[in-house]
Structures are given as structure tokens and as C-alpha cells.
Design a protein around this ligand. Structure first.
Ligand SMILES: *Cc1c(COP(=O)(O)O)cnc(C)c1O
Length: 423
């Protein structure tokens, strides 16, 4: 590292130390268990373990299941849990209570949301998606469209294309736009309110995936007029591995839309065991089968980490953490390392990413130094900044590790090349 880079890093370190002293969220770190010495920059893939989670899940297993047995569906509130957690999540995403439910996976919930949106726009032939979206979103969208009456067409935005122009061009053929608010790969953030308004101007609906924004920034689903939204709970919401996802339906659509995956838990009266499906009038209609109770207790513990937290402060800290990291890495002018996310923190979510042709090996070398990020093929190294449990000085420590690994070409060591199942 040359003297100029060293000086730049020293200045940024001072800035980070000051930011930690001024941090209004500093106490929130105590709500998590993070292994000593680890800089955890993968909360955008799996949030860290909330301190209360093991106890909440253990109580569910030992007391509710072990002692309460089947009676816990009533006595421990299991039956109501998907709705209760939905109401608890609602203020985090700016939704009204009663319009959000925790269930299934993001993939399945997107299928339901698209089917429901199409049931409200039967005469329209096109759904607009982002061709660079998370692949599961593209796969399930095509499945949902193939199964919908008249099999509407899936039209993909090109990389860098302006969605507003395309929405206007599609005009009254457009049934819905369905895209992610924040890109899983580059962290680039779309203007949710503007895209939603543009869809509405054409009489179309907006279906949003908020996997990479819920819990990382303030959101205003109701005020922005979003029609349907889905997201997962295991990223910034800290719900635990494989925790159930959520789905939001705007109040104006709830009574009218049809959910394409009818199951008994979405029936108006499941324990009447009627042979014909009769949709529940409320958000419960978006449940399919029996809820994943043990995992839901993890979601409960994850949502508790947001008690009393100001999401505007979360966003501010997220931008600051990301900027400290980005500026530090860019100060080193590393060979073959390119910024892969927007340089403007206001234009990205809570992750900073860089490209490197051997990105996977670089990330593995960092993990060995206990700086945990991840890799998205073909060449993106992702670093997620979860403001509830990260310190500003950790952003600098991570940047120093990345600079060291690339400058010394540590990643060339053979053991870093072997791709694991999950990257
Ligand atoms: C994380 C993520 C998913 C994950 O979907 P699952 O059904 O939970 O596996 C889907 N879409 C996006 C955009 C994501 O970021």
C-alpha cells in the first residue's frame, strides 16, 4: 500500500471512529450475538442471530409444542401468528395493519401477488419485469403468467433501460410491473414511488419485491400506492435461515383480487372443512397451507430487533457505512477491481459491491480473515451493511482486508478457488 493510500485510510479511520462515537444506533448491536473478531457483511443474505431468538424458539419447542401440544394452535396463538407478525412488520414497511401476512417463501408469494394482480387486469396482455432481476423472480413470474388466463406476455427491461419510458410505451397493454426495489446483485435502487405512479397512469398495477430494502431503510408502501409487495425476513429483518417471507396487498384490492393458490388456511372458515374453497375476505386469503410455526418464532425475534428503532437513522447509518467502505477501497485504486454499485449512496440500497474477475476467490480469502461478504456470479463481490449491528470502524477493517488480499494476490492460493454450493 503506498503512502497516499495509507494517509487516505488513516483519515477515513478517524472519521469512522467519530461516527461510532456519534452513532444513535450503537446500542442496537447488543441485540445480536456476533462471533468475536468477525466483520459480518452478509446481513443482506442472512441477518445475524438476534440475542432472544434461541430462547424464543426454544420456548416454542419445549413449552408450546412439548407441553401445550396441539392445544397451542389456540392457546399459544399459533393460528393467529402469521397475521400478528404481519401487523408487527407493517410499520417497518409503511403498511396498514391487516394487509400484510408472513408465510411461505418470497418466490411463492410473488406467484400469488402476480396472479392476484392479473385477476384485476384480465383484459391486459403484458407484465413488465427487470431482465436483471433475481433469477427466481424471473422464473416464477414466467410460471405465473403461463398459468394465468390468456397467458399474458412477460416483457423484460434491458440493462440500464428507463422503466418510465417503457411503461408509457406499453400503455394500456400493460397489466403490471413486477420488479425488485433494490438489485440483489448491484445494489442499485429503483424509484419505487415514480415507477408505481407511472404504472398507475397507464391503469396498470405495481408489484414490488422488497427483499433488499425491508429493514434497511424507511419504506412507505401505503403512501406510495403500491398494489402488492413481497419480501423475505431472513436478510435485514434477521428472521433466521429459511424463515418465512411476507406479502402485502393494498386495502383497495384485498376484497376484489383472486389469489391463485387456494389452500385451506386461506379459506373463510378452514375448520368447517367445506369441499369448495371460499376465500377469506381478509389478508388471511393469501395463506395456503399450515404455517411454519417454529420458523415464525425466529421471525418474531428478528422483528423484535427493530423495536424502538428509527428507520431514518438506519438509512443514514447504512449510507455512511457503505461510503466509508467504498471510499477506502477506491482510494487504493486496486488492479482489476471496479465499483459494481452506484457511487451515489442515495441511488443504492445497503450494499456496496465490486467486480473482480476472480471475485469468488477474493471473497474466500476475506472470509479466512473473518471479513464475511459473498459472491454473485459471474464476478460480483457483495458487501452488505446491516446498520443495527455494524460499527463504522468495521467498514474500514473490511476495506483494509480487501485491499491487502488484492494487493498481495492472496486470492491466488489454490484453496480459495473451489466453489462451494452456496457462494
Ligand atoms: C433473497 C431474494 C429472494 C429469495 O427468495 P426465496 O423464495 O426466499 O428463496 C428472491 N428474490 C429476491 C430479489 C431476493 O433478494
Amino acid at each position: 500500500m503506498n503512502a497516499e493510500t495509507e494517509l487516505a485510510l488513516a483519515r477515513l479511520e478517524e472519521e469512522a471512529e467519530q461516527a461510532d462515537r456519534d452513532d444513535p444506533l450503537t446500542a442496537a448491536r447488543q441485540r445480536f450475538t456476533i462471533p468475536e473478531g468477525v466483520v459480518y457483511l452478509d446481513g443482506n443474505s442472512l441477518g445475524a442471530l438476534p440475542r432472544g431468538a434461541a430462547e424464543t424458539i426454544e420456548r416454542c419447542v419445549r413449552r408450546e409444542w412439548g407441553e401445550g401440544l396441539v392445544g397451542s394452535w389456540n392457546e399459544a396463538g399459533w393460528y393467529e401468528l402469521p397475521l400478528r407478525l404481519g401487523d408487527r412488520l407493517a410499520p417497518i414497511v409503511g403498511a396498514e395493519p391487516g394487509h400484510l401476512v408472513v408465510c411461505d417463501t418470497t418466490t411463492l408469494n410473488l406467484y400469488k401477488a402476480l396472479g392476484a394482480a392479473l385477476s384485476l387486469r384480465r383484459e391486459r396482455r403484458v407484465v413488465l419485469v427487470d431482465g436483471g432481476d433475481f433469477p427466481t423472480n424471473l422464473y416464477i413470474t414466467r410460471s405465473a403468467l403461463a398459468a394465468a388466463p390468456g397467458a399474458p406476455e412477460c416483457v423484460e427491461l434491458e440493462p440500464g433501460e428507463d422503466p418510465l419510458a417503457r411503461i408509457a410505451a406499453l400503455g394500456d397493454r400493460l397489466a403490471a410491473v413486477a420488479m425488485s426495489h433494490v438489485s440483489y446483485r448491484t445494489g442499485a435502487m429503483r424509484d419505487l414511488a415514480a415507477v408505481t405512479a407511472a404504472a398507475h397512469r397507464q391503469g396498470a398495477l405495481a408489484v414490488w419485491d422488497l427483499c433488499h430494502s425491508a429493514g434497511a431503510m424507511p419504506l412507505e408502501l401505503a403512501r406510495s400506492g403500491v398494489d402488492f409487495a413481497v419480501g423475505c425476513t431472513y436478510k435485514y429483518l434477521n428472521g433466521g435461515p429459511g424463515a418465512p417471507a411476507w406479502i402485502y396487498v393494498a386495502p383497495c384490492h384485498l376484497a376484489e383480487c383472486e389469489q391463485p393458490l387456494a389452500g385451506w388456511m386461506g379459506h373463510a372458515s378452514p375448520f368447517d372443512f367445506e369441499p369448495r374453497h371460499r376465500r377469506h375476505p381478509g389478508i388471511r386469503a393469501f395463506l395456503c397451507g399450515t404455517p411454519h410455526i417454529v420458523s415464525m418464532r425466529g421471525v418474531e425475534a428478528g422483528l423484535a430487533t427493530f423495536d424502538g428503532i428509527d428507520l431514518a437513522a438506519v438509512r443514514e447509518k447504512s449510507m455512511r457505512l457503505g461510503e466509508l467502505f467504498r471510499r477506502a477501497v477506491e482510494a487504493a485504486r486496486l488492479p482489476r477491481v471496479e465499483l459494481a454499485c452506484p457511487a451515489d449512496p442515495a441511488a443504492r440500497g445497503s450494499q456496496v459491491c465490486f467486480r473482480h474477475p476472480r471475485g469468488y476467490a477474493v471473497v474466500q480469502a476475506l472470509i479466512e480473515q473473518r471479513v464475511i461478504g459473498d459472491f454473485r456470479a459471474p464476478d460480483v463481490m457483495r458487501f452488505g451493511f446491516a446498520p443495527l449491528y455494524l460499527r463504522h470502524v468495521e467498514a474500514l477493517r473490511a476495506a483494509r482486508s480487501l485491499i491487502g488480499c488484492v494487493e498481495a494476490e492472496v486470492w491466488r492460493q489454490e484453496r480459495f478457488a473451489r466453489r462451494a454450493d452456496v457462494t
